[in-house]
Every structure is written in structure tokens, then in C-alpha cells.
Design a protein around this ligand. Structure first.
Ligand SMILES: *[C@@H]1O[C@H](CO)[C@@H](O)[C@H](O)[C@H]1NC(C)=O
Ligand SMILES: *[C@@H]1O[C@H](CO)[C@@H](O)[C@H](O)[C@H]1NC(C)=O
Ligand SMILES: *[C@@H]1O[C@H](CO)[C@@H](O)[C@H](O)[C@H]1NC(C)=O
Ligand SMILES: *[C@@H]1O[C@H](CO)[C@@H](O)[C@H](O)[C@H]1NC(C)=O
Ligand SMILES: *[C@@H]1O[C@H](CO)[C@@H](O)[C@H](O)[C@H]1NC(C)=O
Ligand SMILES: *[C@@H]1O[C@H](CO)[C@@H](O)[C@H](O)[C@H]1NC(C)=O
Length: 415
């Protein structure tokens, strides 16, 4: 008896150990299964996103630019665009193709141009999506998408709840006195510093239809952004966005999902742009002109002298008709609670003015009579002006313009 007891104890211990091992093995198998499933999802997304290129250009910043046949671009995976015939130009005259005539502006240049300044005829440059780009997203299914309701903070302009700005912080000007059919604006280029690796900072315009906090908000967006989470570095990149369901399933950044149709072979959307402005030194900007084609309703995008392509009218609901609001300005996003000190614009307040604060100038809208003009006044939104702020004015040179930006939590009066 006395001899069996330690045996029993040993047996019980051995059994317990075995079941522990089994549990661990099951957990390992579970996580192996999950990671195998994630790998399958990532590979399938990469196959859908990256189309077979006819040529590829390695960019010094680490990007690979694939030259994809224009008819093989992601847009044509959209169910509404199966039979779409690509349009190579808008029905209207695309305006001043030489940019601003009174300042000798250099047209935008992209880093990959150093290794080949354009893709062959009938192909378009697409920044290749890498596995690690997708792995940085919170979930494979959210890759290339904004957070749901990403501009809901703008809804309640008078909502002074101090916590409402945590996450997304905007300093913008908005116009909404009419139906709109386009906008033209010149956006100062900067490379704001992010405090936290997953923060982003951007300058852009939003063309919207429907209500901000609804499930069917339509937006067309374009500008520049710095987002290590999206691109793996902190370079200033040209970006576009669209949604037709309030940032839920429909729409994405750049050419990461079917929608936007690109026709241009010189500019890679999502590619880095340079040079950027220097505080107290040289200033650089890009002009973005988006106009709804009066003939077929497509929304054309022109960046400086490049007509890049269009968002077909058929992918939208409200924007198939017209836009109700247009907004210009900056946004900073941080996923952590608490105030970030990621810079917006130049990282300096509007009061500092030219050369020091970021601007958006020559702000114009296209009204329901198809006139391009200054908006009849804009309405400014900066919920925490001691963190990030915006000011507007107008003169004969710059038309309607804003200065916006700030350094967030680095400012002594920012909560
Ligand atoms: C595309 O064309 C085919 C054949 O004509 C037609 O059956 C289909 O409905 C069309 N699809 C769309 C989205 O128009
Ligand atoms: C858009 O703005 C730029 C810069 O002010 C200007 O050169 C261009 O002519 C404008 N485009 C149109 C169509 O008015
Ligand atoms: C707002 O934030 C403060 C400090 O982070 C917190 O104590 C408070 O509960 C928050 N209020 C709401 C309504 O979330
Ligand atoms: C447009 O602006 C108006 C007035 O500020 C606001 O009531 C409305 O919610 C805005 N809608 C959208 C999509 O912007
Ligand atoms: C980008 O900025 C973040 C935040 O400052 C920093 O943690 C990260 O190392 C930078 N990434 C690169 C590639 O320089
Ligand atoms: C232009 O600026 C002046 C003040 O500088 C202001 O009174 C006026 O409303 C502005 N006009 C527009 C169209 O923004």
C-alpha cells in the first residue's frame, strides 16, 4: 500500500502533465491553423490586388511600381464595371494643363521616377502591395480601408465634448451652400512627424454626399498622407480614397480595390512625392482638380498637369448626382487614447503664416451652373484649436485660402 501511493501520485502527475501537454498542443495547433488561415487570406488578397505587370520599376524608397495593362487594372473587378469602356479624356477641356502660370512651379515628381520616369504606353503604374503591408493592417479584411465612420467627428461641429476628438482630429474648412460638381485647390506639401508609429497625418479634400454619420455616406478624397502603417515608411505620399457606404465595405485607398479607373502612365497613386516644404524655407505644393463630367457624370481627377483618371458615376449613389459638401484641410489620427503630438501640416499653427504654417490656397468649387468660383464663405472646424487649428482668408492672388495645422500635445495649452 505504502509503496503504491507514490506510484499513484506519479501516475496522477504524469496524467496531469500529459493533459497539459495536450492542451498546449491543441493551442499550438489552433494558432497554427489561425496563422495558416491568415496566410491564405493574405495570399488571396495579394493575388486579387496585384495584377500581372508588363514591366516593373524598383523605386529607391523600396516601392516596386508595376506597369499593368490599363485594361487589367483593379477597377475592372468591380461588378458594375465589367463592360465599362475606358475613357481616355474628360468630355470637357481639362483646363490649364501647364499648372499655375504665374509661378514657375515644377510639376510633381515621384521617387520612382529616378529609375524610369514612366510606364510604357497602355499601362499604368501601380504601387505593388507587399505581404508586410497587409500584415500591418489591423485585420486582413480592413487592409486599404479607413476606419468606419472616419469623419464622424465632423458631424457635430458644435459638440464640445472634449473626448470626441480622441482618435481623429481635424482642422478643416467646409462649404455647403449649394450642390457641387467639383473642386480645385492647391495643397502645400509637408512631411509631418508622427509621434507614434501607427499615427497618420494628412492634408486632403473631401467631396461628400449624404450624411456624415450614415451608412451610405459617399466620399471622394484626394491629397497627401504620411502613414507608416499603410506604407511602411514616413514619406509623403499622394493618395486617393472613395467610399459609397460610410467607410464600411465599399471603397478604399488608392487602387487597392475596384473603383477608380486610372489612365495616366506617369503618376503612381500611393507613390511618394517630393520635394516637401522646409520650415522657413522653400515651399512646394500640388494642385488637385476634381470635376464631375457634365456629360457622363464621372468624377475626373487631375493632379498638376496630369489627368490621372476618374471615379465612374456608377459606383456611387449620392455622388452619381452631385456633392453636398466639400471640405479642405488636415487630419491626424492616433489609435491610442490620449492626445498625440503627431504634427498636422508643418506642425505649426496657422498664425505663423507663409513658409511656416501649411496652406491650401486657390480653393474653388464648381457650382450647379457649372461655374468654377470661390466658395461663398467657408465654415471652419477645429474642435481643439489649442492642439490643431485652422484659419481662412482671401485675396486676389490666393483666392480663398486656409492655413491649418499644429503640433497636438506638444502645445502647452493642448489638453
Ligand atoms: C455586361 O454584358 C453582358 C453581355 O452583354 C451582360 O449580360 C451583363 O449584364 C453586362 N453587365 C453589366 C454590369 O452591365
Ligand atoms: C485650378 O487652380 C490652378 C491653380 O490656381 C489653376 O492654375 C487652374 O487653372 C485651375 N483650374 C481650373 C480649371 O480653373
Ligand atoms: C473623457 O476622458 C477623460 C480622461 O481621459 C475620462 O476621465 C472621461 O471619463 C472621458 N469621458 C467620456 C464621456 O468618455
Ligand atoms: C454638410 O454641411 C451641413 C451644414 O453644416 C451639415 O448639416 C451636413 O451634415 C453636412 N453633410 C455632409 C455630408 O456633409
Ligand atoms: C516613422 O515614424 C515613427 C514614429 O515617429 C517611427 O517610430 C518609425 O521608426 C518611423 N519609420 C521609419 C521607417 O522611419
Ligand atoms: C474675404 O475676406 C474678408 C475679410 O478678409 C471677409 O470679410 C469676406 O467674407 C471673405 N470673402 C469670402 C468670399 O470668403
Amino acid at each position: 500500500m505504502a509503496a503504491t501511493r507514490p506510484c499513484l501520485v506519479a501516475l496522477v502527475m504524469a496524467l496531469a502533465f500529459l493533459s497539459l501537454l495536450e492542451g498546449a498542443a491543441a493551442a499550438v495547433a489552433g494558432s497554427t491553423r489561425r496563422s495558416a488561415q491568415r496566410r491564405r487570406q493574405v495570399r488571396s488578397l495579394l493575388r486579387r490586388t496585384n495584377k500581372a505587370p508588363l514591366a516593373s520599376i524598383q523605386s529607391p524608397d523600396g516601392d516596386v511600381i508595376d506597369c499593368v495593362h490599363i485594361s487589367k487594372q483593379p477597377a475592372f473587378d468591380h461588378p458594375f464595371l465589367k463592360n465599362h469602356t475606358i475613357l481616355m479624356r474628360p468630355s470637357y477641356h481639362p483646363g490649364d494643363l501647364h499648372g499655375d502660370s504665374n509661378t514657375a512651379r515644377r510639376p510633381i515628381t515621384q521617387t520612382w521616377h529616378q529609375n524610369g520616369n514612366k510606364c510604357p504606353e497602355n499601362t499604368i503604374p501601380i504601387r505593388r502591395t507587399k505581404e508586410e503591408d497587409i500584415l500591418r493592417a489591423s485585420a486582413v479584411g480592413r487592409y486599404g480601408k479607413k476606419m468606419p465612420r472616419s469623419i464622424q467627428n465632423l458631424v457635430s461641429v458644435n459638440d464640445l465634448a472634449p473626448n470626441a476628438t480622441i482618435g481623429h482630429q481635424h482642422a478643416v474648412a467646409s462649404a455647403q451652400e449649394d450642390k457641387y460638381y467639383g473642386t480645385n485647390a492647391t495643397i502645400n506639401l509637408w512631411q509631418p512627424m508622427a509621434e507614434r508609429a501607427n499615427d497618420f497625418s494628412l492634408a486632403q479634400l473631401w467631396i461628400t454626399g449624404g450624411a456624415y454619420n450614415s451608412n451610405d455616406l459617399n466620399t471622394i478624397e484626394a491629397g497627401w498622407q504620411v502613414s507608416q502603417k499603410m506604407y511602411g515608411d514616413n514619406n509623403t505620399r499622394l493618395f486617393i480614397y472613395w467610399t459609397s457606404d460610410g467607410y464600411n465595405k465599399k471603397g478604399c485607398y488608392n487602387l487597392k480595390c475596384p473603383g477608380f479607373i486610372q489612365i495616366n502612365n506617369q503618376i503612381a497613386i500611393g507613390g511618394s512625392i517630393s520635394p516637401v516644404s522646409i520650415y522657413g524655407g522653400s515651399q512646394y505644393d500640388i494642385n488637385i482638380f476634381i470635376r464631375k463630367d457634365p456629360k457622363n457624370g464621372n468624377w475626373w481627377l487631375q493632379v498638376d498637369s496630369y489627368v490621372l483618371g476618374y471615379w465612374p458615376s456608377s459606383i456611387f449613389s449620392y455622388l452619381a448626382d452631385s456633392a453636398s459638401n466639400i471640405t479642405w484641410g488636415g487630419e491626424v489620427y492616433t489609435h491610442d487614447a490620449g492626445q498625440t503630438s503627431t504634427q498636422m501640416g508643418s506642425g505649426h499653427f496657422p498664425e505663423e503664416g507663409l513658409g511656416r504654417a501649411a496652406y491650401i490656397k486657390n480653393i474653388q468649387v464648381i457650382d450647379s451652373s457649372n461655374n468654377i468660383k470661390s466658395p461663398n464663405g467657408v465654415h471652419l472646424i477645429a474642435k481643439q484649436p489649442n492642439c490643431y487649428n485652422v484659419q481662412s482668408s482671401n485675396n486676389s492672388d490666393w483666392g480663398t485660402y486656409i492655413y491649418y495645422g499644429g503640433a497636438g500635445g506638444k502645445n502647452p495649452n493642448c489638453p
